[in-house]
Design a protein around this ligand. Structure first.
Ligand code: BTN
Length: 261
């Protein structure tokens, strides 16, 4: 699809000053149409992250939005939350790469749902599925991207950053970033829905963006500390881990709280 078709594919586009959470609004609005709905807000009173975390963001400085995907967007192909999270992260990553081209290797995708700059989190992604009975009604992609925020509360300042903080204090256009990001995301959606052969290319790009191959990894799984090494990303966007005894485990994001590598 030509980028100019974005305005046809995303309808309606809703803008709010303040909402509880754009993901919650998306759940209520979900249209029955073939279109995606975009909900953008300047601030949230109940911004949510994965695993029950809270998402904090100063008003009017960052990007807070949710995009709904109709269930048939992949023409019958499956809409695995891990894979949707992966292509969304990749879309953010590809949007940031040109901005930080003067700082090679500074931007990194972290499985399952973070984008980092200089090892600090700049973006989080929360993908939720909305069901009506057993039927998938919609996929909701929530994105929080710190764009122009300059001050972070002390307890997260060491782990969190914004594009502006990493860009020598220069502010950036939120609307341009939003447009580029949506364009990149629909590029991946189209690639996935048109041919399965594109999937390998996308997974390779994600592995590259994550810089993860052969990295040691540890995580808590069913109350046990697990150690292994990352050997790839599955077709569904899950993390493939090999334990020291040679066994292989395919890890989905909803099985764990956090993974360190
Ligand atoms: C995470 O890092 O765990 C995911 C954070 C996702 C935050 C975004 S902000 C817009 C959308 N609305 C929410 O309540 N959460 C997502």
């Amino acid at each position: 699809q030509a980028p100019s078709t974005l305005h046809l594919r995303i309808r309606p586009r809703l803008y709010f000053d303040c909402v509880s959470s754009t993901n919650d609004i998306a759940k209520r609005i979900v249209s029955t149409s073939q279109h995606s709905v975009l909900i953008v807000a300047e601030t949230q009173t109940n911004g949510r992250g994965r695993g029950g975390n809270t998402w904090f963001s100063t008003k009017g400085e960052n990007l807070l939005f949710s995009l709904t995907l109709p269930p048939n967007i992949f023409h019958g192909g499956s809409l695995q939350p891990d894979l949707i999270t992966l292509i969304t992260g990749l879309a953010v990553y590809e949007t940031l790469i040109p901005i930080f081209s003067h700082l090679p290797n500074s931007v990194r995708l972290k499985w399952p749902n973070d984008v980092l700059i200089h090892q600090k989190k700049v973006c989080g992604i929360l993908v939720e599925s909305l069901y009506q009975g057993n039927r998938l009604k919609s996929i909701i992609i929530g994105i929080g991207l710190n764009v122009n925020q300059q001050v972070f509360v002390t307890d997260i300042a060491e782990r969190t950053t914004s594009l502006r903080c990493e860009n020598g204090g220069q502010s950036l256009s939120r609307i341009t970033i939003l447009f580029d990001l949506l364009q990149n995301l629909f590029k991946f959606i189209d690639q996935l829905s048109h041919s399965n052969s594109n999937r390998k290319e996308i997974l390779d790009s994600a592995i590259n963006a994550m810089q993860i191959l052969h990295k040691p990894v540890n995580f808590i799984w069913k109350d046990a500390h697990m150690n292994g090494k990352i050997i790839g990303i599955s077709d569904e966007g899950k993390l493939c881990i090999q334990f020291l005894n040679g066994n292989i485990h395919i890890l989905s994001q909803n099985e764990i709280h956090s993974v360190n590598y």
